[in-house]
Design a protein around this ligand. Structure first.
Ligand code: ZN
Length: 150
């Protein structure tokens, strides 16, 4: 188990050093900002969604290694996916981080995202790992809400 944990840690550190999709996105049609005051993590997420498919995803921001790695891997895991699948993935990741583990099936479904399963043991860091995912939900679903009076 400790070898696995070390591997997970290396993946997180690698994504922190070289975050994927770390840029602004010209022509993004969904954006959202997320902030985790507990740790100071900030993220701005950019999505291009066409025909209910996430064509492109990118992010900018600053924060701890976990928040950055989570945003890096989150964007990488949603590009090319239908928004319904993205929602399902959000729920699986959220369940992994906030509930008791339910075995290998859960980990297999999550693929590389399973590296964050160890975060569950550090309750103060869970929000670092979920920030990107909550921001994703805001970007995908917040825009549909009638927020403008214009
Ligand atoms: Zn953090």
């Amino acid at each position: 188990m400790s070898e696995l944990r070390e591997l997970y840690q290396q993946v997180i550190l690698d994504h922190n050093r070289k975050p994927r999709n770390f840029r602004t996105l010209e022509g993004a049609n969904r954006t959202a900002e997320g902030f985790n005051p507990l740790c100071g993590d900030q993220i701005t997420l950019y999505l291009t969604v066409e025909d209910d498919i996430v064509k492109e995803a990118a992010f900018q921001g600053s924060g701890c290694a976990i928040s950055k790695a989570a945003a890096s891997m989150m964007t990488g895991s949603i590009i090319g996916k239908p928004t319904t699948e993205v929602d399902a993935l959000f729920h699986r990741v959220h369940a992994m981080l906030t509930t008791e583990p339910n075995g290998d099936a859960q980990t297999r479904e999550l693929g590389k995202l399973a590296v964050f399963s160890g975060v569950r043991e550090f309750p103060s860091r869970i929000k670092c790992a979920t920030l990107a995912w909550h921001t994703l939900q805001a970007a995908l679903h917040g825009a549909a809400a009638p927020v403008s009076t214009e």
